[in-house]
Unconditional design. Structure first.
Lengths: 841, 131
């Protein structure tokens, strides 16, 4: 019922958005204000309807209505409230709704603040986007075609042919399939909303550019469009940062960036947007680059839609680790992209002849030329990444079934371009604020160049850079930092409002430095023995089991419990045990790794990597382990490590395998297989080892040490009413293999009944060890107690171990710092350009 | 034509052709084990052959398993690392590396998983209890 209401809300919203679109189009053509106001009401009504539909969806999610496919597929009963709520945008359908909501809010702002002559066409374009986005979620079946996939469709609608649906169409699963554990992270909760906010705001420069072309007013549109573009880019940057940070601290691939198509897809619109910001700035200052501003504003949004197409059409399913599956929206997405791109490119060509031409060329040493060149470089970087990301499509020119390009393709092309961009930032900033000729510029740059050379030289010597290419890279990056710092300090004294640009460029320079530090100087943390082994592998001296030389090096370190190992001659790593907890992820192990200085010059610290069973798919018979790395961050370098294996996980897997075999045994027995083996096993299991202990004594059973500490009076309140004596023994049990300690206090009582006295000794279980023990007797004369155990592990005592995969990553902190400086730079620029008087012309 | 325009056109053509040439070289094609034998580096798509032995060797610190490619060839794969997250869940594996002596040495492995964004597997429903 609620689902039906939700669908009706979405249908009405779709109808309202269509009506608003027609209204806006007509009013823009005829310049009809009355019709425009009416369309505004329709637009707002649509917003309210979508908001209501989202409310219905949240209600269904919070109440676990698993008959709805969306609710079933993205949530489960044990999900925490915050993740339940974020499931609203966790799935593909919901994220489209969120996008509609945000772009609706953006539309309301535009209604209020946009001036004529752009007002009506801008809202027409925004409404056009709304129609397309809403069409993805309306879920109307026309018979000959389906429009969109509704978040309110039921299981029966989603898979009508499934056998359980055919048996019982009203089938409601008892629990949902839940959220992937890797995504249960606060970072991933806020990442999508910020990304979609960025997408929504990226519509604005596109809408303004289209309106400029429509109304043939090519100059003034950049004034309002500029702060919107800046804000959109700030959002995209924040979203990219959140994604990268999440990948770094949650996934075990060991970095913040992998040139994955999905990552690239949010990066390209960002680059085009930045290119647009640069040309808009010079258009605003000196009325040049009108064409470029239009092109970049249009391209940035086309890139957003293209990204949406790539990630949601299923086309990337081979090349990306995390792309969406096609919901049957392929054609719709293609139409969306074709319309947005076709309108943009078409209008551009249609008006091309009329576009303002520059009377004279900008000289080489002018802010116009430098800023424009910077924009072009950013555009080229975007193109290179776009090409790489499109390999499933464009790669077909070269081979069938193309793979994504190697990572080196991206690095080799973006690095030199970034170096050019770094130099241009300084030239551009100097020329932006003052007029120079070659001579005066050279003398102005003398000081920054000297300082840059000194820093670069120190840097090269200090970290022993040998590659001449990296030397050049470092020089350009330091130059960008120093040069822009000069400009920023000069500006800060006079007009602090103007420092947004130079500050962003400093952020960019810091990013360049951080990126090279963290990627090129990334080192595996290994002990001496492993290094020797790897050298032998390199020489082809190590033979494998098949008699062939071993091909691959070892990139992990094995640590035995409490046995320190010297790593990279710098760190002393010790595995000091682990704990198993039953928190939100039952069965999660937290390992305690001590990192110390062999010379003892700095105080040691601890790292706590985690291993846990993946909840969503793990069943009792088949546990899938997942890891969570731990990062110890400091300004100069991060230590990043995760547990690649441990004795506990191995024991656990063995246990599970045994349990599985035990489950299969009855079936095997029926088939007449060897009965004797089964019996022997049985007798083995039924034997209960026991211990007799005196107070203060310690004895070993299997691999456990049992220490009997003290007697204690038992609380009689929760015992059978006729119990006469109640006593507890305080025991400390140590697993010699893992050195973990558990304290238990099993009880022994005597219960009197008419037919005599009975002992009452409830068994105590230690779940994490699968051990059960019973306080089965006490001798009042000697004070000796008898304990019976079940589930004792008797295998030879081997020390617990853990396999650590660790890396030292220098200067990752600089990457984050650069990102933050860039963000603050954007904020300052938004503040300046949004508060500037409306007409500067 | 002005010399500036000519320089510009030459630069654009030069840049584009170099870019495309490099791009063409840096992509390869998804292939099978048979063809991988003659390649330096290959991307092989397939499925985990879970009936055959698999496991992590403490000695070499490698995870090895058997994979069946799309044409039905089964080879042993040695992956330079521990068993990755999501390995069992993957409906499709892409191993990247080289084949030597009928053993595929994978430096990288991609798992195509039924992720959060993907459709649920209908077979799961049979496990959910009926209400």
């Amino acid at each position: 019922m609620l689902g039906f209401i939700g669908n009706v809300l979405l249908w009405s919203a779709f109808a309202a958005s269509l009506a608003a679109l027609i209204g806006y189009g007509w009013s823009a053509r005829r310049n009809n204000d009355k019709l425009f106001r009416a369309s505004n009401y329709l637009f707002a009504l649509k917003g309210i309807l979508v908001l209501a539909a989202s409310g219905v969806l949240v209600h269904l999610i919070l109440n676990h209505q698993f008959q709805y496919y969306y609710v079933f597929n993205y949530t489960s009963k044990d999900l925490q409230l915050k993740y339940l709520f974020s499931a609203l945008w966790g799935g593909q359908e919901g994220s489209f709704m969120l996008w509609v909501l945000f772009s609706g809010v953006v539309g309301l702002f535009l209604m209020r603040f946009t001036r004529e002559p752009y007002r009506k066409p801008v809202l027409f374009i925004v409404a056009l986007n709304q129609v397309f986005l809403l069409s993805m979620v309306v879920g109307i079946d026309f018979g000959f075609m389906k429009l969109g996939a509704s978040p309110f469709r039921t299981l029966a609608q989603e898979m009508p042919n499934a056998p359980f649906i055919q048996q019982n169409p009203d089938f409601v699963p008892s629990d949902g399939s839940g959220l992937n554990d890797l995504l249960k992270s606060p970072w991933m909760m806020i990442h999508p909303p910020i990304l979609f906010l960025g997408f929504s705001m990226m519509t604005v420069p596109y809408a303004y550019a289209m309106s400029a072309l429509w109304k043939k007013r090519y100059q003034e549109w950049v004034n309002p469009a500029l702060p919107w573009t800046l804000a959109a880019n700030l959002c995209l940057l924040t979203a990219i940062f959140l994604g990268g940070y999440w990948a770094y601290v949650t996934l075990s691939f060991g970095g913040y960036w992998a040139w994955d198509p999905v990552e690239n897809a949010s990066f390209v619109p960002w680059l085009f947007g930045i290119a647009g910001i640069h040309t808009m700035l010079i258009q605003r200052k000196s009325s040049t680059s009108q064409k470029a501003s239009l092109i970049f504003a249009i391209l940035a949004y086309i890139a957003v839609v293209y990204e949406t197409f790539l990630t949601r059409s299923g086309i990337l399913s081979d090349s990306s680790v995390h792309s969406f599956v096609d919901l049957g929206l392929y054609n719709q997405l293609l139409v969306f992209m074709a319309v947005i791109a076709g309108l943009g490119v078409g209008m551009m060509f249609y008006r091309y002849k009329e576009l303002p031409k520059q009377d004279k060329e900008s000289p080489l040493l002018s802010r116009e030329f430098m800023t424009f060149s910077g924009a072009m470089i950013l555009f080229l970087i975007g193109l290179v990444i776009l090409l790489g990301t499109s390999s499933p499509v464009i790669g077909r020119l070269f081979v069938e079934n193309p793979t994504p390009p190697e990572v080196s393709f991206y690095n080799e092309w973006t690095m030199p371009l970034a170096m050019i961009a770094a130099v241009l930032t300084v030239l551009g900033q100097y020329l932006f604020w003052k007029r120079y000729d070659a001579e005066t510029l050279a003398s102005a740059l003398l000081m920054p160049l000297l300082i840059t050379s000194a820093i670069t030289l120190t840097n090269i010597i200090y970290v022993n850079v040998q590659d001449i290419y990296y030397m050049a890279y470092l020089f350009t990056a330091w130059f960008a930092l120093v040069g822009n710092a000069f400009v920023m300090f000069r500006l800060a004294r006079r007009q602090p409002k103007l420092i947004g640009g130079s500050m962003s460029h400093i952020g960019f320079a810091l990013l360049l430095l951080g990126i090279i530090g963290s990627s090129v100087y990334n080192t595996d943390m290994l002990d001496q023995e492993t290094r020797k082994y790897n050298q032998a592998v390199e020489r082809g001296e190590v033979m494998g089991e098949n008699g062939m030389p071993v091909q691959q090096k070892v990139e992990m370190v094995e640590l035995k419990l409490n046995e320190p190992k010297l790593i990279n001659s710098e760190y002393l790593l010790t595995f000091e045990g682990f704990t198993v907890d039953q928190g939100p992820r039952p069965g999660q192990q937290t390992y305690k790794i001590k990192v110390a200085d062999p010379e003892g010059e700095w105080s040691p610290f601890y790292m706590y990597p985690v291993v846990y069973p993946m909840k969503k798919r793990s069943q009792a018979q088949n546990v899938e382990w997942s890891v969570e790395p731990d990062v110890s961050a400091s300004f100069f370098s991060d230590i990043y490590l995760y547990v690649a294996g441990s004795s506990y996980v191995e024991d656990k897997n063995e246990e599970i395998e045994k349990a599985q075999q035990r489950n299969m045994r009855p079936a095997a027995a029926k088939m007449g297989s060897s009965q004797g083996a089964g019996e022997r096993q049985q007798s083995n299991e039924s034997s209960k080892p026991s211990l007799t202990l005196q107070r203060g004594q310690t004895k070993q059973v299997g691999r456990y040490k049992v220490h009997f500490k003290e007697f204690m009076q038992a609380d009689t309140s929760n015992m059978p009413s006729n119990a006469s004596i109640g006593v507890r023994s305080l025991l400390e049990i140590t697993d010699t293999r893992t050195d973990s300690v558990v304290n238990v206090d099993p009880m022994f009582a005597v219960v009197k009944r008419q037919d005599g006295s009975y002992s009452y000794a409830p068994p105590v279980s230690i779940d994490s060890w699968n051990l059960t023990l019973q306080f089965s007797n006490v001798n009042p004369a000697t004070g000796k107690i008898t304990l019976e155990f079940q589930g004792i592990k008797t295998e030879p005592v081997e020390k617990a171990w853990v396999l650590i995969s660790a890396e030292e990553k220098p200067f990752i902190s600089i990457v984050w710092l650069g990102t933050f400086v860039l963000m603050v730079g954007f904020l300052v620029s938004i503040y300046r350009h949004a508060s500037r008087p409306k007409s500067s012309h | 034509m002005k010399p500036k325009v000519i320089i510009g056109v030459v630069a654009i053509i030069g840049f584009t052709s170099l870019l495309m040439y490099n791009f063409g070289n840096s992509i390869s094609t998804y292939t099978n084990f048979k063809e991988a034998a003659s390649k330096e580096s290959a991307h092989v798509v397939g499925k985990w052959a879970d009936a055959k032995p698999h496991g992590f060797s403490m000695e070499t610190k490698k995870f090895s398993f058997h994979m069946k490619d799309r044409d039905g060839n089964v080879r042993k794969v040695v992956y330079a690392g521990s068993k990755p997250n999501n390995f069992e869940r993957a409906e499709k594996l892409v191993v990247i590396g080289s084949l030597k002596n009928d053993v595929f040495y994978a430096d990288e492995m991609l798992m195509k998983c039924p992720s959060k964004y993907n459709d649920a597997n209908p077979s799961e429903f049979t496990k959910a209890s009926e209400q």
